[in-house]
Design a protein around this ligand. Structure first.
Ligand SMILES: *[C@@H]1O[C@H](CO)[C@@H](O)[C@H](O)[C@H]1NC(C)=O
Ligand SMILES: *[C@@H]1O[C@H](CO)[C@@H](O)[C@H](O)[C@H]1NC(C)=O
Ligand SMILES: *[C@@H]1O[C@H](CO)[C@@H](O)[C@H](O)[C@H]1NC(C)=O
Ligand SMILES: CC(=O)N[C@H]1CO[C@H](CO)[C@@H](O)[C@@H]1O
Length: 624
């Protein structure tokens, strides 16, 4: 098909989408004082009547997380339970509908050469991978309105971090979620060296086997344990068949991450007679360590920590060491910390929209799992588990979807933009260690990692003011982008408030993309000064009064908000304001600089009623 044909607006090729792969809900304060208060029960009645959709690898319908919960199916539900060839798949009042989309995949030819058993997997919504069951049970798993059927679309930011500009799902009508840690981890410590001069480094593991205590084990760098005729590049990575049993028997083997699966490396060590594995990151993986369900005593250790271990291994003929049993630790500080894998801004398509929008727990998240696959997804692993621990922005995204469901239950008539604004303006940028949210390297993280900050459920259910965005606003935004960034020969069709397409008109003025009424502000290519427009809607008690302050100044750029105070007489009333950015030192802001403004409620009569509505600002004085 050709775009030039009459009636054809655009031709977009199918692309192969990848899946972005319980403590977290406590960390998000869904339950406070047991279940008595907190966002779940107190404010949002466990999200009753909210419908959560999940576009993923399917679902395991027998999981206890999707047991019939006794609530009736919302009457507005028009979906179906499409189960394909799978006669055992049953929906219920919890799992109210399902479907599957296989035509694109069938047409792609990717199935050729796959066994017929995998073909059957394409004709059912059943989850043969585990990912979809995990994410859906996080968003709406048990215990678990007449909306203008506004669907809040929440997407993961992807797992291509920490490279700048790696964020995906960047459209302004999407709520884009990065991933960070919660205050739980699964440490396994590696001690090495002589009894008088030992050193301990910290790794992560969910290994189910442990080394007997009270003795030290010989250690070997897998590089030096290569089998006859196998290059040391292969044994370094602990490839299947690369290790010499005579060299590794009874020892702790130090393997390097990369190419083959992390859990497979442990199995290779085990099969060669080794007793434990230290899995070391190379420089490229940095501080990104993952608690995997290893089949042998193991610890996954960061690059910087492993340098000490490699120095030790190279310094002695008889290295010895020990790996402690892995353990779950709560109250870990600092938390949250940005996951290294979480994709980072700036937004590669429209830098005038700050992305990601928010961060939520996405490291070592426990949720339901498919019993068609092993917890490691590796074919040689025959374990089956009803719950599994996974990491990824796919795991952080459904936490935010779940909170969206709660907000929707409390405020059925709110638009997706209002819900998104509530989540963004109430987020925090501090951690639980009196500092600012950090990257895994220990360096300060920026809004390009966490957007507006870490999601807070209780505050998101009572935001005070929201930035609402209508489809007319989005239409203006698209038309504003068109001349410079999207020079389509045809007028770009956009959808109006009536749901009907309308086109940008050639001569009209559409303002600038940074004027979209968004809960954060991004001004790339700032020269001299720029003034962006915003408006806020009162969703708290009325009358009320707010005053603005620049809570974090931008280096080299002066920020002025006008008017400095806003008064609201009634619920739902909207007020406009402008934010002026004035370059004072262009060189200081040549690379992105970060700041924030905050509207805070002024109330003498009721000091508890003090909403704070925060927006991050990013700007730079150079273009491109
Ligand atoms: C599943 O059902 C479809 C449609 O009825 C049929 O064409 C297909 O052969 C079936 N596939 C498998 C693998 O059972
Ligand atoms: C070493 O690994 C490569 C893949 O990286 C593989 O092609 C080769 O066969 C391996 N060599 C041996 C001797 O196992
Ligand atoms: C660890 O997993 C193996 C493989 O499934 C299993 O046989 C063993 O019982 C588990 N060990 C513990 C201590 O849970
Ligand atoms: C982000 C977060 O949850 N912060 C918490 C860390 O822990 C302290 C108490 O130690 C809480 O007060 C913070 O809210």
């Amino acid at each position: 098909m050709k775009r030039e044909l009459p009636g054809v607006l655009a031709v977009i090729p199918d692309v192969l989408h990848k899946v972005h792969t319980t403590r977290s809900w406590d960390f998000l304060e869904l339950e406070r004082n047991g279940a008595a208060t907190g966002a779940w029960k107190d404010a949002a009645k466990y999200g009753v009547d909210a419908i959560i959709g999940n576009v993923d690898t399917g679902v395991w319908p027998e999981s206890a997380s999707f047991k019939d919960d006794g609530y009736s199916v919302p009457s507005r539900w028009r979906g179906k339970c499409i189960t394909g060839n799978d006669t055992t798949f049953k929906c219920n009042n919890k799992l109210i509908g399902t479907g599957f989309f296989n035509l694109g995949f069938l047409a792609s030819g990717l199935l050729q050469g796959k066994p017929p058993s995998q073909a059957a997997e394409l004709y059912t919504p059943r989850d043969y991978i585990g990912h979809g069951t995990h994410t859906l049970s996080t968003a709406g798993g048990g215990f678990v309105p007449d909306a203008s059927k506004g669907v809040t679309v929440v997407c993961s930011a992807s797992n291509s971090g920490p490279q700048p500009g790696s964020v995906t799902n960047v459209a302004p009508w999407i709520l884009t979620v990065g991933a960070s840690t919660m205050d739980r981890d699964f440490p396994a410590y590696v001690t090495f060296g002589g009894v008088t001069s030992s050193m301990t480094i910290k790794g992560q593991s969910l290994s189910n086997s442990t080394l007997p205590q009270g003795q030290r084990y010989a250690m070997i760098n897998a590089k030096n344990a290569n089998a006859a005729n196998v290059p040391s590049e292969n044994s370094t990575l602990c490839f299947p068949g690369s290790l010499d049993s005579d060299k590794v028997r009874g020892k702790i083997v130090v393997c390097t991450r990369g190419v083959n699966a992390r859990v497979e490396k442990g199995l290779v060590v085990k099969q060669a007679g080794g007793v434990g594995m230290v899995l070391c990151n190379g420089a490229g993986n940095g501080e990104d360590v993952i608690a995997d369900p290893h089949l042998i005593a193991a610890a996954h250790v960061s690059y910087s920590q492993c340098i000490n271990l490699f120095n030790y291994l190279g310094s002695t003929d008889n290295p010895v060491g020990y790996i402690t049993a892995s353990d779950a630790r709560l109250g870990v500080k600092p938390a949250p910390v940005m996951a290294a894998f979480s994709s980072r801004g700036p937004n590669p398509i429209t830098p005038q929209i700050l992305k990601p929008d928010i961060t939520a727990p996405g490291v070592s998240v426990i949720a339901a799992y498919s019993e068609a696959v092993s917890p490691t997804e590796l074919s040689f692993d025959d374990r089956r588990v009803p719950y599994n621990i996974m990491s990824g922005t796919s795991m952080s995204c459904p936490h935010v979807s779940g909170i969206v469901g709660l907000i929707k239950t409390k405020y059925p008539d709110w638009t997706p933009a209002m819900i998104k604004s509530a989540i963004m303006t109430t987020a925090i940028t501090g951690d639980n260690d009196s500092g600012k949210i950090r990257d895994e390297t220990g360096a300060a993280a920026t809004p390009f990692a966490y957007g507006s900050g870490h999601v807070r459920s209780v505050q998101a259910l009572d935001p005070g003011l929201v930035y609402d965005t209508t489809s007319a606003d989005y239409a203006d935004f698209l038309c504003a982008l068109r001349p410079t960034q999207n020079p389509l020969p045809l007028p770009l069709p956009v959808f109006g408030d009536d749901g009907k397409p309308r086109a940008c008109s050639q001569g009209a003025q559409y303002g600038r993309p940074e004027d979209l009424n968004y809960p954060s502000i991004a001004v790339p290519c700032l020269s001299g000064s720029a003034t962006v427009r915003r408006r806020v809607k009162n969703v708290g008690a009325a009358p009320c009064r707010y005053a603005v302050s620049v809570t974090e100044a931008l280096a080299g750029v002066k920020v002025t908000v006008y008017p400095p105070e806003l008064s609201f007489e009634s619920y739902g009333e909207e007020r406009e304001f402008t934010v002026r950015l004035e370059v004072q030192d262009a060189a200081a802001a040549a690379n992105y600089v970060f700041g924030s403004i905050e509207w805070s409620e002024e109330s003498e009569s009721d000091p508890d009623r003090k909403h704070r509505v925060r927006s991050p600002i990013v700007a730079k004085t150079t273009c491109g």
